[in-house]
Design a protein around this ligand. Structure first.
Ligand SMILES: [Cu+2]
Length: 171
């Protein structure tokens, strides 16, 4: 009898915990599920890592963006599972952004941006900076592979404004 009561309590606690994690996305961020991004977006985030916790940053990297449609550096080497603070600085006269994703996600997203130029991101894996501005995001990398990034301002991706973070052991 007592045992039954205990397991019911355990199920209740587990159920509650599960709901809490789901509701908060586990990161306390603003990632709105199922809004505009559509299929496979969260799955993609697993392959490329997840939002990082600012108090657990292992390393800060600086990336410059300019009107030549380039990131500098465009290739970043990282260790498995490393949490990076990526600080972007816009040296150009137009707005740029750095959006993390798989190559397929970014390509799809870039096409969407061309059709809806005013679209704004509230993705924790994206940071935007106007002329002369600086911005940052904190991201926990996966255990291997490569994470692509790109500027999705209309036409910039197509002009080659892309880069990648290569996790040791990745390609
Ligand atoms: Cu750009």
């Amino acid at each position: 009898m007592k045992k039954t009561v205990l397991s019911v309590a355990a199920v209740a606690v587990l159920g509650f915990t599960g709901m809490t994690v789901w509701a908060g996305g586990g990161h306390g961020g603003d990632h709105h599920h199922g809004k505009d991004h559509g299929k496979g977006h969260d799955g993609g985030h697993h392959a490329i890592g997840m939002p990082g916790q600012p108090e657990k940053v292992d390393r800060t990297v600086h990336v410059e963006m300019d009107d030549n449609m380039r990131f500098s550096p465009s290739r970043i080497e990282a260790r498995p599972g490393e949490t990076l603070r990526i600080v972007v600085r816009n040296k150009g006269a137009q707005r740029h952004e750095l959006v993390l994703g798989t190559r397929e996600e970014l390509k799809e997203h870039a096409e969407m941006m061309r059709r809806n130029p005013g679209m704004k991101h509230d993705d924790p894996g994206a940071v935007s900076a106007g002329p002369g501005e600086q911005g940052e995001l904190v991201w926990k990398l996966p255990e291997g592979g490569a994470v692509e990034f790109a500027c999705l301002m209309p036409g910039h991706f197509e002009a080659g404004m892309r880069g990648r973070i290569v996790v040791a052991g990745g390609d």
